[in-house]
Design a protein around this ligand. Structure first.
Ligand SMILES: Nc1nc2c(ncn2[C@@H]2O[C@H](COP(=O)(O)OP(=O)(O)O)[C@@H](O)[C@H]2O)c(=O)[nH]1
Ligand SMILES: [Mg+2]
Length: 445
């Protein structure tokens, strides 16, 4: 995510942090570099200008120069201001007493509206809210089919239209949503490659008819400043209540994210971080800044862990690990939980210091390692999994054959498992009361 901007800022920051004493000229030099980094990231020049002005005013304030860590202070000012420019912590979608709440998605073709419609419905389903997905993109039958199949795959309700008029579809869908007691109706609209009057009129008519509680503008972060320009055009015709910024998992530079709130006044609400229907996050400016600067996104990771890991089971497991009762079965279970959290590379990129780690590029290797460990463990008998000490030479040969691995690989796994058991036992002795245990599987390379 914004790798280049992150790397450049980190370089500038480490230089600033290195100063024992700092002069005004040092601050100015740092600001110049920061300004260029933001401009190169395609951030709107007016936004960059006011950003730098605010940072300068604060950084040249007396207290910075009196402080023991002036460079560190300047870095903190820059980070805080980056967070401020991104806007406030996003509000989640609210569903009032009036059912259904109506959410409409607008934006250019290919920005990610249809995908986001599915992602939002799934997110709401996880909160026990029932959504009806409606497509009004009558110009491209493939687009309707896309939403239908997305809904089907994720167990979401899709409205089958019997008209080819967007307004009629929306009207009928609304009656059905009312009848069906839906908490929400999510309306996916047609986009065009460029802003055009007909599209705007249609979106406006839909919004007049439905009076949506929320109208989200879906913007492709890869398109940088263009996304901001078209957001402005959409906002002139529609009372937008939020922006969903998609494709942040790609190599977008940051221009859209850092400009859109300041330029349009519309808050960022959600970010799309992948093609999968679960790849949607509520927008938190401070977390985004931390991720960009490679400090990881520990809070998001913990939320993910909490959503996918059975807390009681995890606590019980940690307790057993600390008491030296861990078996290979437990180990396999932990691997499974780790995998449920998403692709390892995505999970790892949220860990502090991992964002810019070149080793991440080879993570598919680690996925393979995990698969191998799983294969080995599943080729063991339940008895062997409960007590790894009975796994002698002939058993090792059998397991290797069964899992398509070598005896050497099994030796290695068992050795590391034993080592980890010992380590955990020692930690237990020292009175560590871990709440949940996620294995450091880097030991199993
Ligand atoms: N990598 C990535 N791809 C996305 C994201 N959101 C959407 N896409 C992809 O972008 C393409 C266009 O999305 P779609 O929802 O059809 O856009 P629409 O024309 O606005 O409805 C599809 O290939 C999606 O899989 C995202 O957050 N990350
Ligand atoms: Mg679409």
């Amino acid at each position: 995510m914004f790798d280049r901007l992150g790397t450049r800022l980190e370089t500038i920051f480490s230089k600033l942090r290195g100063y024992g004493k700092i002069t005004k000229a040092d601050v100015e030099a740092g600001l110049r570099e920061i300004r260029i980094a933001f401009l190169e990231a395609d951030v709107n020049f007016k936004v960059v200008k006011s950003f730098i002005d605010v940072v300068r005013e604060k950084a040249l304030g007396e207290r910075v120069f009196e402080s023991l860590t002036p460079g560190q202070q300047v870095v903190k000012i820059v980070k805080d201001e980056m967070t401020a420019v991104l806007g406030a912590d996003a509000e989640d979608i609210k569903v009032g007493k009036d059912k259904p709440a109506i959410l409409m998605l607008a934006g250019l073709q290919g920005s990610g509206k249809t995908t986001t419609a599915g992602k939002l419905a799934l997110r709401l389903k996880d909160k026990n809210l029932k959504s009806l997905l409606v497509s009004t993109d009558v110009y491209r039958p493939a687009a309707i089919e896309q939403l239908r199949s997305l809904a089907k795959k994720s167990g979401l309700d899709f409205y089958e239209a019997d008209s080819d008029k967007p307004l009629k579809i929306a009207d009928k869908a609304l009656s059905e949503a009312k009848k069906g007691g839906y908490d929400l109706m999510i309306v996916d609209t047609a986009g065009r490659l460029h802003i055009d009057e007909e599209m705007m009129k249609e979106a406006k008519d839909l919004s007049k008819l439905l009076k949506p509680h929320e109208i989200f503008y879906v913007a492709d972060s890869m398109t940088g400043q263009d996304a901001v320009t078209s957001a402005l055009a959409f906002h002139e015709s529609l009372p937008l209540t939020g922006v969903v910024l998609t494709k942040l998992d790609g190599d977008a530079r940051g221009g859209a994210a850092f400009s859109i709130k300041s330029v349009t006044g519309v808050p960022l609400r959600f970010i799309g971080v992948g093609e999968k229907v679960s790849d949607l996050e509520l927008f938190h400016p401070d977390r985004l800044v931390s991720r960009i600067l490679g400090m990881g996104d520990v809070l998001t990771l913990i939320e993910k862990a909490e959503a996918t890991i059975d807390q009681e089971e995890a606590e019980e497991l940690t307790r057993r690990m600390l008491k030296d009762e861990m078996t290979l079965d437990d180990f396999a279970k932990q691997l499974k939980q780790l995998k449920q959290m998403g692709p390892i590379s995505q999970v790892a990129s949220m860990l502090p210091g991992m964002g810019k780690n070149p080793a991440l590029k080879n993570l598919n290797v680690e996925e393979r390692d995990i698969k191998r460990v799983e294969a080995i463990i599943s080729s063991m008998t339940p008895k062997e999994r409960q007590n790894h000490q009975i796994i002698n030479g002939s058993r090792r040969k059998r397991i290797a054959r069964g899992s398509g691995t070598t005896v050497e690989q099994i030796n290695q796994l068992l050795k590391q498992f034993a080592m980890m058991k010992k380590m955990m036992k020692n930690m237990g002795k020292f009175g560590l009361k871990g709440k949940r245990g996620i294995i450091d599987f880097s030991a199993f390379k």
